[in-house]
Ligand binder design. Structure first.
Ligand SMILES: Nc1nc2c(c(=O)[nH]1)N[C@H]1C(S)=C(S)[C@@H](COP(=O)(O)O)O[C@H]1N2
Ligand SMILES: [Mo]
Length: 432
């Protein structure tokens, strides 16, 4: 039997080989004993509580999670729906796996969630097409459908990390504006083929039915590549906050372009230069120039376990895990460091590794109780590496404004996140 405590670390501060526990199951048992198991004697002492001797409650017609899970919720930026943007952030530290339950998928709604009667909703495709078309939910549902896992991330996710000083907040507050779901719907290319494209068409302008009629321009190349009119989210109809009854889905591209409550697609020669693409999502660089059309959500990762708020429970075995994703395709590699980036161990990637979707990574770790700094760094199949924070801010700048506001760097932060763990097991957000 391999003695877990004597396994040679592959990187500083006790990171173990990613397959350390696949080499022999007995090693795992040895690893856990004395740390996470209760005393072995108590395993004999299962009691028959009264409830375990009688039948349970009625099975509901629509399931809800256990009442003991009621604290696993999104955090809301504007709970009274004052007339400004509302954000609901995903609690990444309280869930696991790779997809986000519908009730915990992040939401950004600039003027609340409309209450749309699906029978009355229409989607119009017009402009530079041979044949303008109008669809009901029913007619759309008769086209061949596709399903795919994909992450959706607001361009402003992780914006607090542009702050000069690290903001003390949970992974939910820092990175909660990204989620991942299985979306099912009709390929936009199918509908555009039916409408017939005019040769002059190079862009489309998509518009939502909500009060701001949020509109964004999408290059035709993306529309014909993997864009989808999504009708289902993790198997059920879209949630009202995520665009019920239909939304535009542009896998791997800036959240804001994924128009919810989609009602119009107009084919055009040129982009519409709408409010969001001309202002908010044209990030300004330190020299005063601005990015125009920064569509891609680039390769990124962060550690969810452990993370601030999930204090360590004494030295011993832990699994470090988190999510990695890239708008360019599949994640090819994730490295994890426990010494602030001096040495790295390769993480195991949970199969299947899907294109433009969350990939969960895991590394076994023996924490000796000393101060450490945890980091994760991802690479994608297109060859891009997640930058360090100093590399990113060298190009994009920092801000002293909290929370970051328009006019200051506040978009497309994809650099490394660092969690410092002190001797008490407290986890803090740091820059390393
Ligand atoms: N019609 C409409 N579409 C919208 C929005 C909106 O307020 N109205 N918010 C946008 C923003 S800023 C983001 S980040 C994504 C978020 O999608 P989600 O709320 O489904 O997570 O939707 C985008 N699409
Ligand atoms: Mo957004």
């Amino acid at each position: 039997m391999r003695d877990w405590k004597n396994l040679e670390p592959v990187a500083g501060n006790g990171l173990l080989h990613r397959r350390a526990f696949l080499r022999g199951g007995t090693a795992l048992a040895a690893a856990m004993t004395g740390y996470t198991l209760v005393q072995s004697a108590s395993a004999q002492q299962l009691t028959d509580d009264p409830w375990s001797l009688v039948p349970g409650v009625a099975v509901p017609d629509y399931g809800a999670r256990s009442r003991f899970e009621k604290n696993v919720v999104r955090t809301l930026s504007n709970p009274n729906a004052e007339p400004r943007t509302q954000h609901a952030r995903t609690p990444h530290h309280l869930i696991n796996g790779t997809f986000t339950p519908n009730g915990l998928h992040f939401v950004i709604s600039h003027a609340g969630d409309p209450d749309i009667d699906p029978d009355k909703h229409r989607l119009v495709i017009h402009g530079l097409v041979k044949q303008p078309l109008v669809f009901t939910l029913d007619t759309l549902g008769r086209y061949p459908m596709v399903s795919r896992m994909t992450f959706l991330e607001c361009g402003g996710n992780s914006a607090p990390l542009f702050s000069k000083e690290p903001i003390q907040a949970s992974v939910q507050a820092l990175h909660g504006l990204v989620s991942c779901a299985e979306w099912t719907g009709v390929s936009l290319s199918t509908l555009l083929e039916e409408a017939g494209l005019d040769k002059r068409a190079k862009w489309l302008v998509a518009e939502g039915a909500d009060a701001p009629h949020l509109s964004r321009s999408v290059p035709l190349t993306k529309a014909l590549d993997d864009a989808m009119i999504a009708l289902y989210q993790n198997g059920e109809r879209l949630m009202p906050g995520n665009g019920y009854p239909m939304r535009l889905l542009l896998p791997g591209w800036e959240g804001n372009m994924n128009i919810k409550w989609l009602r119009r697609i107009q084919l055009t020669e040129m982009p519409g230069m709408s409010f969001y693409e001309a202002r908010t999502y044209a990030p300004i660089l330190p020299g005063g120039k601005a990015y125009q059309f920064y569509f891609l959500q680039e390769v990124k990762s962060f550690i969810t376990h452990p993370s601030p708020g999930l204090a360590m429970k004494g030295p011993g075995f832990y699994e470090i895990s988190g999510v990695a994703y890239s708008g360019n395709g599949r994640i090819s590699k994730v490295m994890v460091s426990a010494d602030g980036g001096k040495s790295w161990a390769q993480a195991a990637l949970q199969e299947p590794v899907q294109s433009k979707a969350f990939t969960r990574f895991r590394v076994p770790w023996r924490w000796d109780g000393g101060a450490v700094v945890l980091q994760s760094r991802a690479w994608d199949e297109a060859g891009f590496a997640q930058p360090t924070r100093s590399e990113l801010v060298a190009v994009r700048g920092e801000t002293t404004r909290i929370p970051p506001v328009t006019g200051f760097p506040s978009q497309h932060y994809n650099a490394i996140t660092s969690w410092a763990i002190d001797r008490n097991g407290e986890v803090k957000h740091v820059y390393a």
